[in-house]
Design a binder for this molecule. Structure first.
Ligand SMILES: Cc1cc2nc3c(=O)[nH]c(=O)nc-3n(C[C@H](O)[C@H](O)[C@H](O)COP(=O)(O)OP(=O)(O)OC[C@H]3O[C@@H](n4cnc5c(N)ncnc54)[C@H](O)[C@@H]3O)c2cc1C
Length: 520
């Protein structure tokens, strides 16, 4: 059975924790704390869809596949951004779907889309529910109702082609289930975003996700070979060859389409043999510029360590302070974690190490690299513990070219600090690198104001304006959702907007899919 996340927090409800004492002391020193409990026993808005309207769906999919119980609707309300959590904690469930529909096949999905067109019902595809950009909070005005199209029953490994190194995965498979099924064939996908434990294969494709091992394995969109999609206008099956010149690559229109163009039901992915060797290590650099320059040199030398993750001075300070080794080893500056997986880890370490040392890095050994691996899925639980004590924590991200990295970093950092005030901690890391540039991923922690939502939106607006003004992207891997929509038109221009609207009109003429998400 699929593990359900806590309705008001991240992750496994059994793993919810209070703020660890060591972290509490640190937070007291920098930000301050005060109890901010969540609302309990919150009633949902009534289901607005008449029972007769759902009868045809029950008849076609089975009664178990159409659910209107409050408990299920609550778990399909919005995603897991900090604003989503703040609303859930405050008892605001206004975006709850009227019903949750669980198709068991591609054909079931097609039936739901036809039904939704006939009855003018908005449909929100739901993968793992880990969206951080409001991608699951579609607009419902103008519709007879809104259903969450929950893909959790589409959870099978459909086929493996060992010779071509591809596998076909159903869209609702969560990260761990997909890795376990592939491991039984000696294979791995190698996509490990921080949301890995709950996010789904279809969600990765629909948002163009990028995982922690992107330096070596690439982004999720790089791994996609083929797609099966149910659209309101009919089926779309793409990817009949590893590459082709048959016009523009329509797979690119589906990747990142956030449920607005169709429902992805199967994804064919590139896979690779499970690594026989793994090693993680850390390096220190004098400052963020020196560390970023070293990463650039590694990647431009054609080297591909599996993980490359550089924290700026502030994030390095917080990471080290939260471990037992506070200042113990005299590490100043910035911490770089490097991971290697494959058949010749020793050779890769030597080659990458030579570049890092040549760029002024100091090798720190394995301990901190391994500590990062051990704790890499833990931070989202800590966010909840911090929200419990009145600390606003949220992340945002962008990407730019190497030559503009410093300018974009300074602009976004200053915008966040100015908006959130002097007591706010603004941290940054680089963990996705390309020959031409990199992403910048910011985390903020600030004392919660009386209206933390308004406080965050003001900071988010300032940071987003700074990104676009500096010529960077509004998102490197979190996607557009509803939250980034105001900036998308500035990034892609009026012709880009017209192209998106044209595709939408072709595949979803009655605009039932995810209204208000992605399309300006
Ligand atoms: C704590 C945390 C850490 C995160 N870390 C990362 C990270 O390291 N890297 C990263 O890239 N992202 C990260 N994210 C963001 C999020 O996990 C990704 O966007 C992920 O790809 C979403 O997958 P999902 O299955 O949860 O999709 P959902 O949240 O269910 O949906 C996301 C969007 O895609 C649509 N959608 C979902 N499934 C389908 C489908 N089958 N067909 C069509 N549309 C669909 C939805 O309607 C929605 O608009 C993180 C989020 C959280 C909360």
């Amino acid at each position: 059975m699929t593990l359900e996340m806590h309705a008001q927090r991240w992750g496994d409800p059994a793993a919810a924790e209070t703020l660890p004492e060591s972290t509490r002391a640190l937070v007291e020193a920098f930000v301050g704390t005060r109890p901010t409990p969540s609302a309990t026993d919150v009633a949902l808005p009534p289901n607005g869809l008449a029972a007769e309207m759902l009868d045809p769906l029950r008849a076609a999919l089975g009664a178990d596949a159409v659910l209107t119980e409050d408990g299920v609707r609550r778990l399909r309300t919005r995603g897991k951004s900090t604003p989503d959590l703040l609303r859930a904690r405050a008892g605001d469930l206004a975006d709850a779907p009227d019903a949750v529909v669980r198709p068991g096949s591609h054909d079931d999905v097609a039936i739901v889309l036809q039904w939704a067109q006939e009855h003018r019902v908005a449909v929100v595809p739901f993968g793992g529910g880990t969206s951080v950009t409001g991608g699951l909070a579609a607009r419902r005005e103008g519709y007879a109702g809104l259903v969450s199209l929950d893909l959790l029953r589409l959870d099978a490994l459909v086929a493996v082609d060992q010779e071509s190194r591809t596998a076909v995965l159903q869209a609702g498979m969560r990260g761990p289930a997909a890795e376990a099924a592939l491991a039984a064939h000696g294979l791995t996908l190698g996509h490990f975003p921080q949301s890995f434990e709950f996010a789904s294969i279809g969600g990765f494709a629909a948002t163009r996700s990028s995982g922690q091992a992107s330096a070596g394995f690439g982004r999720f969109d790089d791994m996609v070979v083929g797609l099966r999609v149910a659209t309101p206008a009919g089926d779309l099956v793409l990817g009949s060859a590893p590459a082709n010149a048959a016009g523009p690559d329509l797979r690119e229109l589906v990747l990142g389409s956030e449920g607005a163009f169709g429902v992805i039901t199967e994804v064919t992915v590139r896979v690779r043999p499970v690594a026989t060797q793994k090693a993680y290590e850390a390096w220190a650099f004098a400052d963020f510029d020196a560390g970023a320059d070293a990463m650039r040199r590694v990647i431009q030398a054609g080297l591909r360590p599996t993980v490359l993750r550089l924290s700026d001075e502030a994030e390095t300070m917080v990471n080290l302070a939260s471990q037992t080794a506070i200042g113990g080893e005299g590490v100043a500056g910035c911490l770089l974690v490097v991971g290697f997986e494959g058949a010749d880890v020793a050779g890769a370490r030597e080659a990458v190490g030579a570049v890092l040392a040549g760029a002024g890095g100091t090798a720190l050994g394995a301990e901190r690299g391994e500590a990062w691996v051990a704790g890499r899925f833990h931070a989202p639980y800590l966010r909840d513990s911090l929200l419990d004590v009145g600390v606003l924590v949220e992340t945002l991200e962008t990407a730019t070219f190497w030559s503009r990295r410093r300018e974009v970093y300074d602009a976004v950092r200053s915008a966040l600090q100015a908006s959130l005030g002097e007591k706010a901690l603004v941290l940054c890391h680089i963990s996705h690198v390309y020959e031409t540039g990199c992403s910048l991923y910011f985390t903020v922690a600030a004392p919660q104001a009386d209206d933390p939502l308004a406080q965050w939106w003001a900071a988010k607006r300032a940071a987003s304006d700074a990104m676009i003004d500096a010529g960077a992207t509004i998102t490197h891997h979190h996607a557009v959702g509803t939250d980034h929509l105001p900036w998308l038109a500035r990034e892609i221009g009026p012709v880009g907007v017209a192209m998106l609207r044209g595709v939408k009109a072709a595949v979803d003429p009655l605009l039932i899919l995810n209204p208000g998400v992605l399309i300006p």
